[in-house]
Each structure stands twice: as C-alpha cells, then as structure tokens.
Design a protein around this ligand. Sequence first.
Ligand SMILES: [Zn+2]
Length: 235
Amino acid sequence: MNTLPSSPKVVLSRRKFLGNALAGTAATLAGSASMSFFGTQPALAQSNLTPDEALKELLDGNQRYIAGRFMSFDEDKQILRDRTVEKQQPFAALLSCADSRVPVEIIFDQSIGELFVTRVAGNIATPEIIASLEYGAAVLGTKVILVLGHAGCGAVKAAIQAKAVPGQISALFPHLQPAVDQAGSDLAAATKVNATIQAGLLGKASPVLAPMVKEGKLKIVAGYYDLATGKVTLV
Ligand SMILES: [Zn+2]
C-alpha cells in the first residue's frame, strides 16, 4: 500500500481512527467501519522495510523510551488486536534475557504485532531459540534480529562465579562460558561479548538465517541495555 508511511510506527489512536473514518465515504461510515477500513490494509506497514530501516526503527523506539515520548501507549490496542488476529508481520526479532528489568516492547516503544521476542536467561542461542528465530525470519519476515544483553545480568554473573547452583540453572553455563573465557570476570564486558557470540552463532550455525544474512535480507546484531539510562547500544 503506497499510501502507508515508511515507518511501521503508525499511531492508531482512537481519535485518528475516527478521523480517518470520518474522512472516508458515507458507505464506510454506514457499514462496519472498523472491519471495512482495516480489511483493506496489511496488518502492519513494515513489509517494505530493509534490515537497516528495521534496526533504525528499533533504536528510534529506544530513543522515544529514553525521552519518555511513547507512541505505543497511544495506539488503540483493540484495533491492533483486530488487525493481527489473522496474521502477524513483526518487523524485528529479539533474543533477550528473561530479566524483569528488560521489558522488550516497552524499551523499544513497540506494541502488538511488531516484535517477535524470544527470551531466556543469559540471552543464549539454544536450539529452541534458534528454531524460533528461524521461524520469525523465514516465515514471518522479520528483517533484523537483535541479541540483547543487559547490565547486571544475573545469568552471566553466575557463570563468571561458577558456583554450585540448584536445579538446572547450571545448564546455562556452557553457553555463557565462551564469553567468560574471552572477557574474564568483568560483568559488563562478558555480557557484551556474550551478546556478540550469540549473534554470531545465529548468523553462522543456522542454515536458514545464514543465507538470509548473506543475501542482505536479514541483519543480526548484538546490543547492550543499560538499566540506569534505558539506552540500548549496539556492540
Ligand atoms: Zn540477564
């Protein structure tokens, strides 16, 4: 739809929706307005984004979050739900830590149907995570995968300390050990190296993702989230 803006961040406030409906034809107003209006639109507008544009949209969203100028909270969630019942077209995928202080949609100022999010402690590329991200890229069309480490990561810290831990927590450690070997006991350094290593694994180990990266259809990057400032920095 060439009338759609290049950015996927289309503000769908109730007011704007009503404004659009009122600007439409009498038939639109007389009929089931929401269905007929959105029935002609793709679920989201990101399908033409390049990997670089998708990454920019993520980082722009993080800037809005830092500045407290949220757009996603103004969007009408019922309209977004309606538009994504039949299909999803998330423009970006995330591999982030499970940490409660890294709420992915909020820190990138995104909403329903925009991000394909995988989360596991230490943001590690396990087979199940890779499978999920392959699905996101190959089937749903995500243009960028951001592997996001964060300040104060308990999983990386535990791997550095290598103490005995209960249950299956130690199952995380082998995935994190290469970063610890490389960066030593500096938590921030090890976390950044880990994000880079996991991003590298995705780009090399997956027979689905690797060719997409090679052909320029997909970008895989690593980032670091600062808990104190809210800023995401690519590493
Ligand atoms: Zn963490």
